[in-house]
Ligand binder design. Structure first.
Ligand SMILES: [Fe+2]
Length: 191
């Protein structure tokens, strides 16, 4: 008795690793808005070195620091640097979806549900360690942060599609929705 064994390609596309320049090239070559699944694939495959990250790893007191790596009409990439105790407002992405990869430290994410009558309600909380990837679809409501008890800095890599514009912000127990524009006024001059 003979057995026929089909030859299959051995190349595994999942083995491709993306440096920061690779990731930037992939994003800059987009001609449409990439799916959330595509963003998860990119971030999951990213292996960003300390040297590649160093132009974007700077912290400030008072608020987390957003450093933009690249942006076009379809997608953007940011590096966010958080001291302990720094966190976002509770927000949604107003029509964008996005993924986050933890590069160093521990990210805490809290998610919420919203009812126009009863307002915002706590839903769940999770923490993410380095190399883990999380994200939010439309219309997820969440808050990200580096808790003050973490005792360490946090660095995260973010990809949003389309790029973030004006976000919606929320308060627990309230049905009021406010508008919020992330602060890009202090981007590093070499970015
Ligand atoms: Fe967000």
């Amino acid at each position: 008795m003979s057995t026929y064994v089909e030859t299959v390609p051995t190349e595994d596309i999942n083995e491709k690793k993306f440096s920061l320049p690779d990731l930037r090239s992939a994003l800059e070559s987009q001609s449409s808005i990439p799916s959330l699944e595509q963003i998860y694939d990119w971030l999951g495959s990213a292996e960003i070195s300390p040297e590649e990250l160093s132009p974007y790893s700077a912290f400030k007191e008072g608020n987390y620091w957003r450093h933009r790596v690249c942006r076009n009409q379809f997608v953007e990439m940011l590096v966010l640097c958080w001291r302990p105790g720094q966190r976002t407002p509770i927000h949604d992405h107003n029509g964008s979806h996005g993924g986050v990869k933890i590069w160093a430290g521990m990210l805490w994410e809290t998610t919420f549900s919203f009812d126009p009558v009863t307002g915002l309600e706590y839903k769940s909380a999770r923490e993410y360690a380095p190399t883990e990837v999380t994200g939010s679809d439309i219309p997820d409501i969440h808050q990200l942060g580096n808790p003050d008890v973490s005792g360490q800095d946090l660095i995260t890599i973010h990809v949003y599609a389309p790029p973030l514009g004006v976000l919606h912000t929320y308060k627990p127990g309230s049905a009021k929705i406010d508008l919020y524009i992330p602060d890009d006024s202090e981007n590093l001059p070499n970015i």
